[in-house]
Design a protein around this ligand. Structure first.
Ligand SMILES: [Zn+2]
Length: 311
């Protein structure tokens, strides 16, 4: 059943609406919400929504509870390939919990929060941006780690990144929901404007495991992989930034082990024919973020490396 969560009239005869798919079976009122499309240029979650609906429908007798799927919290952004809310020049993930007496976007945000309030778990799927590829990971802030860590471990991601208090963004959907005791996991994976089917399949398998842990899925699930758990406070992540501008050529594959000072890639100059910079890993570890978009400027992020000895 498709339901409209909130809607508003647009200036010229169009209707703005946020919709969700509701799949119910059995007696349980437990509810899991899968959410994506807050950033209109992040599309990895679109495949996850479709594939999950297919899998659950094919095995509907195994569902005992409610699964709700929200493919596009920012439908204008998804439809127009724009990260923020077009016309408002606004990052939708910076306006939660919204305001029911506010602007149209703030009102939408508050209706979204009201709709998800009380769910047993919410999974908010993001997909980096066009510049960086991310291994499937859960981002948890240190304030809610005690509530979320066991849930995060079931979702079949490779890495759980526990952010320090200093980097917590209070205006996100996840922060707002966690602060009203609706446990919300933020998943980051893949790259903007693309669909990485392999990661999508990995996450769908993880969501079924999560549904099983919550008690709304009786079907067969795969054993979730054991993620690395790294905390900012342990300095588990090192950043590698470009010193020069140019065209980045990677020398390694994403999510591989590297030694300290191993070449991650180089920055080349296609006009002079020179190599401007050889980029080396600051530490030994696993490259979980890697530059995807080749054009870089001084200061551009090239890679993030996880020190697995600190996980
Ligand atoms: Zn995002």
């Amino acid at each position: 059943m498709i339901k409209t969560v909130t809607s508003a009239e647009l200036p010229v005869n169009e209707i703005f609406s946020v919709k969700k798919q509701i799949i119910k079976n059995g007696r349980s009122h437990k509810r899991v919400c899968i959410v994506t499309g807050t950033h209109g240029d992040e599309l990895e979650g679109q495949y996850v929504c479709w594939s999950l609906i297919q899998k659950v429908r094919e095995n509907i007798a195994q569902l005992d509870g409610i699964l709700e799927i929200y493919p596009a919290l920012n439908p204008l952004g998804v439809n127009s390939m724009s990260r923020g809310v077009p016309q408002f020049d606004l990052d939708m993930n910076r306006i939660f919990p919204g305001n029911k007496n506010g602007t149209f976007v703030e009102y939408t945000a508050s209706e979204i929060i009201n709709d998800m309030d009380g769910a047993d778990v919410v999974v908010d799927i993001h997909a980096s941006n066009i510049f960086l590829t991310e291994v499937p990971q859960v981002r948890v802030n240190v304030e809610s780690v005690d509530n979320l860590l066991e849930l995060a471990k079931t979702i079949n991601c490779d890495f759980i990144w526990v952010h320090s208090a200093a980097t917590v963004l209070e205006s996100t959907l996840a922060y707002s929901l966690n602060s009203i005791d609706t446990p919300t996991l933020v998943v980051e994976m893949g790259v903007g404007m693309r669909i990485t089917k392999e990661y999508g399949d990995q996450l769908v398998s993880g969501i079924l495991s999560l549904m099983k842990k919550i008690g709304i899925w009786k079907g067969k699930t795969e054993e979730p992989r054991t993620p690395f758990v790294g905390r900012d406070e342990d300095n588990c992540v090192s950043f590698l930034n470009a010193d020069k501008s140019g065209v980045f050529l990677p020398a390694i594959k994403h999510w591989t082990d590297v030694e300290k000072n191993q070449e991650i890639g180089k920055i080349i100059n296609p006009l002079s024919g020179e190599t401007e910079e050889i980029l080396k890993s600051p530490i030994a570890g696993k490259v979980f973020t890697l530059r995807e978009y080749p054009i870089v400027y001084a200061g551009s992020l090239i890679a993030r490396v996880l020190d697995t000895s600190k996980t």
